[in-house]
Design a binder for this molecule. Structure first.
Ligand code: ES4
Ligand code: ZN
Length: 334
């Protein structure tokens, strides 16, 4: 059995995948045509040319420019279903068993797409994934932190029925990290929690932003996990705190390389986190843009760190334990 086969068969959970970031060029162009959406004049004109451009993002902002153009081709409930279902099939073939998935309502509602169409399509794909693939999942709504706070607050208000019904089980914060510190969104997180006291909370922090953003996400937003968070290592007290509070970091290795957070996977502080007892999971972030799904991220880390099967069992186990599924499902995955 090769290491890749071993890693494929390891029951994997992912906690950091943006559904809009699973839009493969092979679906982007047909959807643009089907929905009569025109792409910018200087946009690469073939799936091959687009893949090539995705190979040289300068930073997070450069990536987000392409990511938001991509979201514009999504209009109908069926589009959101098709997108998520394609992701589930690809990820399940790589040994994905449980996914906690982000979506960005504001990139759709600002174009006149109803929140019902977005959530409805995604939810239908989640149900099919559970029935046909045995993959369980949760939806996490993210706020776009580059938009004005009052708009984010209105988005939280509009999601009240989905929080109350449990269709959306988490709240997150994404888009350009700097100069938009977590504390700007304290009121948004408080309001969402008033709608649903059980709501799970997370936030992107410590990707391009400093370690202090991780601290304020924990202290002021009440984040229960941190997305990326790799820059926590710049603050030793924070590392100790993450370990003692058992706070999961959702690390995205291929993303960090493509967005030049690090130049190579081996520069990520994964061994340091393991040794310090900080739990983390390995995730694909925006797999259609960053060159790999969940197993590809595991394989890239194996190539960089050369861990034993025992260490890999520990890493995959930490991802199960850090999941927001119930204990019964965790037991099935461990
Ligand atoms: C994202 Cl990698 C990353 N960071 C922040 N926001 C995002 N949205 C989609 N991918
Ligand atoms: Zn992300």
């Amino acid at each position: 059995q090769t290491m890749r086969d071993f890693l494929r068969e390891l029951p994997k959970c992912e906690h950091h995948v943006h559904l809009e970031g699973t839009l493969e060029p092979d679906l982007l162009f047909p959807l643009a045509k089907r929905n009569n959406v025109s792409l910018p004049a200087d946009f690469p004109s073939s799936a091959e040319a687009l893949h090539e451009r995705y190979n040289r993002f300068a930073d997070l902002a450069d990536f987000l420019h392409f990511y938001y153009i991509g979201t514009n081709v999504l209009l109908l409930e069926q589009d959101f279903f098709d997108l998520a279902w394609a992701y589930f099939q690809r990820a399940a073939a790589q040994g994905l068993r449980h996914a906690e998935m982000f979506f960005d309502p504001q990139s759709h509602t600002t174009r006149g797409v109803a929140l019902d169409a977005v959530v409805g399509g995604f939810r239908r794909a989640c149900e099919r994934a559970e029935t046909e693939l045995g993959v369980t999942s949760k939806l996490i709504m993210c706020l776009l932190r580059h938009l004005p706070v009052p708009e984010c607050l209105a988005t939280v208000q509009s999601a009240q029925p989905f929080f109350e019904s449990g269709t959306v089980q988490g709240l997150g914060l994404d888009s350009a990290e700097r100069p938009f510190p977590p504390e700007l969104f304290t009121e948004c997180y408080e309001q969402a929690r008033r709608f649903q006291p059980e709501l799970r909370l997370t936030a992107h922090a410590g990707e391009e932003g400093p370690a202090s953003y991780v601290t304020t996400a924990l202290d002021l937003l009440g984040a229960q996990r941190i997305d990326h968070g790799v820059r926590c290592v710049e603050d030793a007290a924070l590392v100790a705190r993450l370990a003692s509070s058992d706070t999961l970091l959702t690390v995205c290795p291929l993303s960090n390389v493509r967005l030049q957070v690090v130049q190579h996977v081996r520069e990520l502080p994964l061994q340091k986190l393991l040794d310090a007892g900080v739990p983390f999971s390995l995730n694909s972030d925006d797999p259609a843009y960053f060159g790999g799904y969940v197993l590809d991220n595991y394989v890239a880390v194996q190539q960089a760190f050369g861990w034993s099967r025992q260490t890999w069992a520990r890493v995959a186990g930490a991802a199960v334990r850090g999941s927001w599924c119930d204990d019964k499902r965790k037991t099935e995955l461990l």
